[in-house]
Design a protein around this ligand. Structure first.
Ligand code: FE
Length: 208
């Protein structure tokens, strides 16, 4: 049976996406290899390991740290982490008593080149609505053992500004290499809903 546009318009996100792709392809609006190239960028190049390298450099290089906090875009550019949704990156500096957390209360924005695409929970109405009102409670529900003296500061991403959190370097990591330090940094840490701990990764297990 011949496929019709009606078949493609199944009431699912993928059905609607496929219908749109079919029409745009038929009309020549989709450049050759665009979908494959963009998929590769999303799945491979936009990686929280990028943000982890930036944090590890900031922990080990005071000049780079100063640059990151002054001009996050320029600091990330030094690693080649730039492009779409990385045009204006702002790094938020945590302290032992200040925990910065990122949200996009409108939708789901993150700094794609350094954080990767947002996790599902980041896009949920509940996270977006509750974080701005009861941030500390939300972090504890997500599993973070947050002391009472830590103030949670919530940053609402906009179309123009994309944030990344610069966490506090865990105690006991003074002689760790950048690679070892970077292995402590996850997407959750870069969003600010978790704090890195050296006990999460005993030395010598990175890359396993
Ligand atoms: Fe958004």
């Amino acid at each position: 049976m011949k496929e019709t546009s009606h078949d493609l318009l199944a009431n699912t996100p993928s059905g609607r996406a496929n219908a749109l792709l079919k029409v745009m392809t038929e009309r020549g609006y989709v450049p050759e290899a665009f979908i494959d190239t963009f998929t590769h960028t999303m799945e491979v190049e936009w990686d929280p390991a990028n943000g982890a390298r930036v944090v590890a450099r900031a922990w080990t290089d005071p000049e780079f740290r100063e640059l990151l906090l002054r001009d996050g875009t320029a600091a990330c550019q030094q690693f080649g982490y730039t492009g779409m949704q990385g045009e204006y990156i702002v790094a938020l500096e945590n302290t032992p008593t200040l925990q910065n957390v990122i949200v996009c209360s409108l939708c789901s924005c993150t700094a794609w080149p350094v954080l990767g695409l947002p996790p599902e929970w980041y896009k949920s109405f509940e996270f977006r609505a509750r974080l701005v009102r009861e941030g500390a409670d939300v972090l504890r529900e997500l599993g973070e053992d947050l002391p009472d003296d830590v103030v949670v500061k919530v940053w609402d991403t906009t179309a123009e500004s994309r944030y990344m959190v610069l966490p506090v370097r865990p105690a006991g990591t003074d002689d760790w290499s950048e690679e070892e330090l970077a292995a402590l940094i996850t997407k959750d840490v870069l969003i600010g809903v978790a704090r890195p701990r050296a006990v999460d990764l005993p030395r010598g297990t990175e890359g396993v």
